[in-house]
Design a protein around this ligand. Structure first.
Ligand SMILES: [Fe+2]
Ligand SMILES: [Fe+2]
Ligand SMILES: [Fe+2]
Length: 429
């Protein structure tokens, strides 16, 4: 992609985007390595062994790779997630209604993107126990086989102790699964697991980096290319998940996207570039998934140490997005959003800042200072303009981006932000 980007030469693969996001959410769970990647791997092995079709194998991969997206959202869910992987899985935590909440919220977050619709349903019920057949339904709704596959895959993914040879642990893990047969896990899925578990290669792949190649090839020949519209829609979904972690940034990414698009339009960028900058806006803070929620939501000043952690996020945005072939320009626009024209920004200290990145930088500042944060209320128009003007005078941001557009852009953008916020709010209740 370059300045002449057209919708036809946007060739980004759905599964590359899913994997990139999956790796990003795994940043949040340092206690367990590669949880989402592992669940995707196991779920796809089970789907293959069950002789499900290619579409269902892909669905299992997507569901596994994204199943706990909503468990990353807030402090409560994060604790719950910890419970889910530590105590719940060994049976010492009761199956509370709350445990299903992140499945439900994950479903709500993902269901609007058509290629995720089925995986979203699997995710919705991924903590439903088989409960001797009662788990065919949950609160009157049919629970699909894919949810029971995910249920067992989730469990298998967390059981190996990384400090010991996995092959030494196979018998113990198989016994744990057998003990839960019928109670937690659907017998047909356990039977399938037993066949898979015979192979040493299954276990070695589970704990090795090679599984990534395997799941990539399993996604297969039909690796879907997203096209501009698909990429745009997907970025909106991911932006919503990034924002959803904290009530204080509930519409931040979509706000930066909307603001960037408006500025790009006013600066004469092409329709394609305008949409791509919307993608960059939605993904610019993906690296914030590596910042703990208690720091994001902290009411009051951050300590120096905490500030250093927050300031790492554009570095992670770059490293995460750089793994997606075809996304190079979007990545540059997204991950340079804390750079300054005078080279005093972070983390690259770059002076060569393309127009797209300068737009996202202004959009980020504008959106951030106009939204309420734990430690202050959003600024009004006059205060906001004063901040932007000071930053231009300081040599931080591009005055052309702020001023050479029609002066009324802030009003327009604020209307968009308000509409976005209402839409998100409405969607999640
Ligand atoms: Fe979960
Ligand atoms: Fe999980
Ligand atoms: Fe940022």
């Amino acid at each position: 992609m370059d300045a002449t980007a057209s919708p036809e030469n946007i060739d980004i693969k759905l599964f590359d985007m899913v994997l990139c996001f999956s790796r990003a959410i795994d940043f949040l769970h340092p206690k367990i390595s590669e949880h989402h990647l592992r669940v995707a791997y196991v779920a796809s092995c089970l789907a293959e062994e069950l002789r499900l079709g290619q579409a269902q194998i892909q669905e299992a991969l997507i569901a596994g790779a994204l199943h706990d997206v909503a468990a990353v959202s807030s402090e409560m869910h994060f604790d719950l997630f910890d419970d889910a992987v530590t105590r719940y899985h060994d049976g010492s935590v009761r199956d509370t209604g709350n445990l299903h909440q992140h499945g439900w919220e994950g479903y709500l977050l993902l269901r609007d993107f058509p290629p995720f619709a089925k995986a979203a349903t699997a995710i919705r019920f991924h903590h439903v126990n088989w409960n001797f057949g009662h788990g065919r339904e949950f609160k009157g709704e049919h629970v699909p086989l894919s949810s029971h596959v995910l249920r067992l895959a989730d469990r298998i993914a967390v059981l190996p102790d990384n400090h010991r040879n996995v092959l030494e642990q196979v018998a113990g893990i198989r016994k744990t699964v057998a003990d839960g047969n019928g109670r937690w896990f659907m017998p047909a899925v356990v039977e399938t697991f037993d066949a898979v578990a015979e192979k040493e290669s299954f276990w070695l792949d589970l704990v090795s980096k090679y599984k990534e190649q395997i799941i990539n090839s399993r996604f297969g020949d039909s690796r879907v290319s997203l096209g501009l519209d698909g990429l745009y829609q997907l970025a909106r979904i991911f932006g919503r998940i990034i924002d959803y972690r904290s009530p204080f940034t509930a519409a931040h990414s979509s706000g930066v996207a909307a603001t960037s698009e408006e500025l790009a339009f006013r600066l004469g960028m092409s329709a394609t570039q305008k949409r791509l900058i919307g993608v960059a806006g939605n993904l610019h803070d993906i690296g914030k998934l590596a910042v703990p929620t208690e720091i994001l939501d902290k009411p009051g000043q951050l300590t120096t140490q905490e500030m250093l952690i927050v300031r790492q996020h554009p570095y992670y945005t770059d490293r995460i997005l750089s793994m997606v072939p075809g996304l190079e320009t979007v990545n540059t626009w997204a991950s340079l959003h804390h750079e300054r024209l005078d080279g005093k920004g972070y983390p690259f200290r770059s002076r060569e800042i393309p127009l797209g990145s300068r737009i996202v930088a202004v959009a980020d500042i504008f959106t951030a200072i106009t939204e309420n944060r734990p430690y202050r209320r959003g600024m009004n128009r006059a205060q906001c303009l004063a901040v932007l003007e000071r930053l231009i005078a300081d040599g931080a941001i591009d005055g052309d981006v702020v001023e050479d557009t029609n002066v009324d852009w802030q009003d327009k953008v604020q209307q968009v932000l308000a509409a976005n916020f209402l839409h998100l709010h409405h969607n999640m209740i």
